[in-house]
Design a protein around this ligand. Structure first.
Ligand code: SF4
Ligand code: SF4
Length: 373
């Protein structure tokens, strides 16, 4: 047992709060549970942790909430953490797609999994408040043969100097080690590397709340708060879809865990197995010539629809699809938007019964009559 810690900062209820933003498959749920256990069993605090996630095992957004308080302060709230003292972002692709930066303030320590430096990340994601901790958790996890959640746990410990690192290591041995003894060394290494390889930068001393800043500065899109126009007085009767849409706008990029299928066209025999295997219609086939015959030819991939499951890599008989690190390919070869293959006649027809929605208009227009503005 370690001596009780003193929480460095608490909210008006006396709680220290942590929120983890992730996608399914990166282990944020387990990381949240471990942080809850760390508070209760190792730091002599009151602690609770819970997560929210969808039915999919991988790829969909996951939030994990952890709340700590001193032993003398009972935890009486079990609602989501809105103004975190520590915000762990396990996947940088979430920023801008989902309001994961909501609720940050000058007190917030933002632990971000990114290959970028703190300066670059602050600039790219327009983060100007709080303290930023950056680390390339995917590369560290690959090097240490551990998982992103252990690396991020080490980085969170680094951002919270009041947590003794030995307590986190004991926690890791007692949880992961008991279940998977063969993996304990790799996970302890991932934890240690996450702690050591995290860079830190204080961004601003402004005490203003981030969402207030977003209201003042619409340009700060990464901080923008979702605003809903419909309420209980004016929302349409349940079940009415006032705005039919199309999956053509579906961008699954944030669902990828750092890997993409890379297409090597010279090896492709146009068998179509990838197309029938892919659950998200990523592959773009169009009439063409292969070996002197007219056939459907694989033109490339619409990576916006690719969630990175890599089933296509498994099924390709000629290794024309191979697993690659996404960060190594900022310009993806053979990237082909599906709307580029639409026949000319249907590109600009209006939506409605028995008609086609346009790719372009759907992607450009803003939702104005409800939902997210
Ligand atoms: S499965 Fe491989 S060989 Fe077959 S069409 Fe797809 S990429 Fe080409
Ligand atoms: S990894 Fe392959 S099968 Fe999976 S979504 Fe992407 S293109 Fe489709």
């Amino acid at each position: 047992m370690y001596p009780p810690v003193t929480l460095p900062v608490t909210n008006e209820y006396g709680y220290f709060e942590i929120r983890l933003e992730s996608i399914g498959g990166l282990g944020a749920n387990l990381c949240g549970k471990m942080l809850g256990e760390l508070g209760a069993l190792y730091l002599s605090l009151n602690a609770l942790s819970f997560s929210s996630y969808g039915s999919e095992k991988r790829g969909s957004p996951v939030k994990s909430y952890i709340r700590w308080s001193p032993a003398s302060t009972p935890l009486r709230i079990n609602s989501p953490v809105l103004r975190p003292h520590v915000l762990g972002i396990f996947h940088e692709g979430l920023i801008g797609t989902y309001p994961v930066l909501d609720g940050i303030s000058a007190d917030t320590k933002i632990v971000l999994n990114t290959p970028l430096s703190c300066d670059e990340a602050a600039e790219k994601y327009n983060i100007s408040i709080g303290t930023l901790y950056c680390l390339d958790a995917l590369s560290i996890a690959m090097k240490s043969r551990s998982r992103i959640n252990m690396v991020m746990l080490g980085a969170i410990a680094r951002a919270c100097p009041f947590i003794p690192m030995e307590s986190v290591e004991s926690l890791c041995k007692n949880t992961v080690g008991k279940k998977y003894p063969a993996l304990i060394e790799a996970n302890l290494l991932g934890l240690k590397m996450g702690y050591e390889k995290t860079s830190e930068q204080k961004l601003s001393h402004r005490s203003k709340h981030a969402s207030d800043m977003a209201l003042e500065s619409p340009a700060s899109s990464a901080l923008a708060k979702e605003t809903y126009v419909w309420g209980y007085k004016n929302a349409p009767i349940g079940g009415i879809n006032t705005r039919p849409g199309s999956t053509v706008s579906n961008d699954l990029s944030p669902s990828r865990e750092g890997y993409i299928p890379l297409f090597l066209q010279e090896r492709c025999i146009n068998c179509g197995l990838c197309d029938s295997t892919c659950p998200d219609m990523v592959f773009q086939f169009a009439p063409g010539i292969y070996k002197g015959k007219e056939t459907m030819v694989n033109q490339g991939l619409d990576y916006r629809h690719c969630k990175g499951c890599l089933r296509c890599v498994d099924v390709c008989p000629t290794h024309a699809l191979v697993k690659a690190l996404e960060k190594d390919y900022p310009e993806k070869p053979y990237s082909m938007l599906d709307q580029d293959l639409l026949p000319a006649g249907i590109q600009y027809q209006k939506t409605g019964a028995n008609s086609w929605i346009t790719s372009d208009s759907y992607l450009d227009e803003k939702r104005i009559d409800g939902g997210i503005v």
